[in-house]
Design a protein around this ligand. Structure first.
Ligand SMILES: NC(=O)c1ccc[n+]([C@@H]2O[C@H](COP(=O)([O-])OP(=O)(O)OC[C@H]3O[C@@H](n4cnc5c(N)ncnc54)[C@H](O)[C@@H]3O)[C@@H](O)[C@H]2O)c1
Length: 398
C-alpha cells in the first residue's frame, strides 16, 4: 500500500485551542481516512518550560519559543495559529510569505484592514488557508445546511441567533486578554458574535447591512496574573480599564431578503456556552443549541394537520454528515468532534490543492460584519457591508 503524504504542522500557542487542535490532529486518522497524514512536528510558546510540558502532553515532536523560528523551519508545511487575536495577522502573513499553508483561529484579525492583508498574503503566495469556525462542523449544522440547500425550508425569512455566556459576570474576574482591545480587537462581539455570523453566512447567506449596539457593563477590573482560555487569576491590588464590549446586539438584512437578530454576551447568567439559533423559512423552521449539539429541531408546514410541531432529530445516523465515522446511531459526539471534522476537511483540501470553506475569504467577510456593527454602535446608523467585500468571490471549491 502506498504511504500517505505527510503534512508537517507547526502550531503557535498551546492552551485552550492548542489542546483542541492537537487533539483533532491526533484523532483525525482514528475516525476518518484523511488523504494526508498530519504530523505534529513542532509546537511554539514563549515560556520554554510550559511549552515543553505541552509538547509532551499533546504529543508534539519538538518545540520552539519564538514563532519566527518556527516559520523559518524547512520541516514545517502548515502554520496553525492558536494565539490571541493581536498577532494572527503578523504570524499568518509571515507564514504565507515563507510558503507555508495557514490555519488560523477566529476572529481572523483585530480588524478588517488586517484581515484583508491576510487574505492578500495567502493569495499572493499561493498557499492554502482555513479559519476555525468549528461549529459549522457539527453534524446537525451540516445537516441543516443540506435541508436548506434541498429547499426544505423554502425562502428564508428569519434567523435569530444568540451566543450567551456568563463567565465574567463577577466584577472581580480579572482583565484577561479577551477584555483588552489591543489583544482581542473586541469583546463578546469578535469572540462570540463572530461564530453566529459565520453560521448565518453558512446557512442563510451574505449580510447586506447591519445596525447595533455594543455595551460594557463593568468598566474596571483587577489586572490578570495568569490566564488560560476562559479562566484567570486576579491581581490583589492593581486594576485596569475594560476597553471592549461585554455585550453586542444587532439586527441585519441579508442580500437574499432575509432579516436577522443577533445577541452575544458574557453577562447572561446561567448560560455557559449558549450558542443557539432559529431559522424560519416559508416551508419550515429549524433550531439548534450547541449545548444539545447532536440535535436539530425541525418543523415542516406541510406535516399533517393535528401533528404539526417541532420534532427533534438526533443527527447521529449514517445519513448525517460526518456521523458515520463515529458511533452507532444515538451514541452522541461532543465539542471536540467539531474540530476533528474540520481538520479532516483541511487535510483533504490541502491534498487536493484548495482552501476548504471557511477560509480567509470567509474570515474577511465575517470581519466586515463585525466592523460594520462596531461602526454602527458609534454612529447610531445603519451600515452597509462595503461593496468591495460583498463582491469578494470565494476561493474554495464548494
Ligand atoms: N473556535 C473556537 O470555538 C474558539 C474557542 C476559543 C478560542 N478561540 C480563538 O483561539 C485563539 C486562542 O484562544 P485561547 O482560548 O486558546 O487562548 P489561551 O489564552 O488559552 O491561549 C493562548 C495561547 O497563545 C500563546 N501566545 C500568546 N502570545 C504569543 C506569542 N507572541 N507567541 C507565542 N505564543 C503566544 C499563549 O502562551 C497561549 O498558549 C483566539 O483567537 C480565540 O478567539 C476559538
Amino acid at each position: 500500500m502506498a504511504e500517505k503524504k505527510q503534512l508537517r504542522i507547526g502550531m503557535v500557542g498551546y492552551k485552550f485551542m492548542g489542546r483542541a487542535h492537537s487533539h483533532a490532529y491526533r484523532d483525525a486518522a482514528f475516525y476518518f481516512d484523511p488523504k494526508v497524514e498530519p504530523v505534529l512536528q513542532a509546537i511554539c510558546g514563549r515560556n520554554e518550560e510550559k511549552v515543553k510540558e505541552a509538547a509532551d502532553q499533546f504529543g508534539w515532536n519538538s518545540y520552539e519559543t519564538d514563532w519566527r523560528d518556527l516559520i523559518k523551519r524547512e520541516d514545517i508545511d502548515l502554520i496553525d495559529i492558536v494565539t490571541p487575536n493581536y498577532n494572527h495577522a503578523e504570524i499568518a502573513i509571515a507564514a504565507a510569505e515563507a510558503g507555508k499553508h495557514v490555519f488560523c483561529e477566529k476572529p481572523l484579525a483585530l480588524n478588517l484592514e488586517q484581515a484583508q492583508r491576510m487574505l492578500e498574503a495567502v493569495e499572493k503566495n499561493k498557499v492554502l488557508h482555513m479559519i476555525n469556525h468549528n461549529y459549522r462542523f457539527a453534524p446537525a449544522i451540516q445537516f441543516a445546511k443540506k435541508l436548506i440547500e434541498d429547499g426544505r425550508l423554502g425562502k428564508i425569512y428569519h434567523i435569530r441567533a444568540t451566543y450567551l455566556q456568563d463567565w465574567i459576570m463577577d466584577p472581580q474576574f480579572p482583565l484577561v486578554w479577551r477584555l483588552n482591545k489591543d489583544v482581542s480587537g473586541s469583546g463578546s462581539h469578535g469572540d462570540l458574535a463572530a461564530h453566529s455570523i459565520d453560521l448565518a453566512r453558512f446557512l442563510v447567506g451574505e449580510f447586506k447591512e447591519v445596525t447595533g449596539i455594543l455595551e460594557t457593563f463593568i468598566k474596571q477590573r483587577p489586572l490578570v496574573e495568569d490566564s488560560d482560555g476562559l479562566s484567570g487569576k486576579a491581581s490583589r491590588d492593581k486594576v485596569g480599564d475594560v476597553n471592549v464590549d461585554d455585550a453586542s446586539v444587532f439586527i441585519a438584512r441579508f442580500a437574499n431578503g432575509a432579516i436577522g437578530t443577533f445577541e452575544a454576551t458574557r453577562f447572561a447568567g446561567g448560560n455557559r456556552n449558549g450558542n443557539r439559533f432559529e431559522i424560519n423559512g416559508e416551508k419550515g423552521s429549524i433550531r439548534w443549541d450547541m449545548e444539545q449539539m447532536n440535535n436539530l429541531e425541525v418543523y415542516f408546514h406541510d406535516d399533517e394537520p393535528g401533528i404539526q410541531g417541532y420534532r427533534t432529530i438526533t443527527c447521529t445516523e449514517e445519513i448525517h454528515p460526518f456521523a458515520a465515522a463515529y458511533w452507532p446511531a444515538g451514541h452522541i459526539i461532543g465539542y471536540e468532534h467539531t474540530f476533528i471534522n474540520l481538520v479532516v476537511e483541511l487535510l483533504n483540501g490541502i491534498e487536493q490543492g484548495y482552501s476548504p470553506s471557511p477560509n480567509f475569504y470567509d474570515g474577511v467577510k465575517n470581519q466586515a460584519v463585525l466592523e460594520a456593527v462596531e461602526q454602527s454602535s458609534q454612529t447610531k446608523q445603519w451600515i452597509d457591508i462595503p461593496d468591495v467585500i460583498q463582491k469578494l468571490e470565494p476561493v474554495s471549491k464548494e
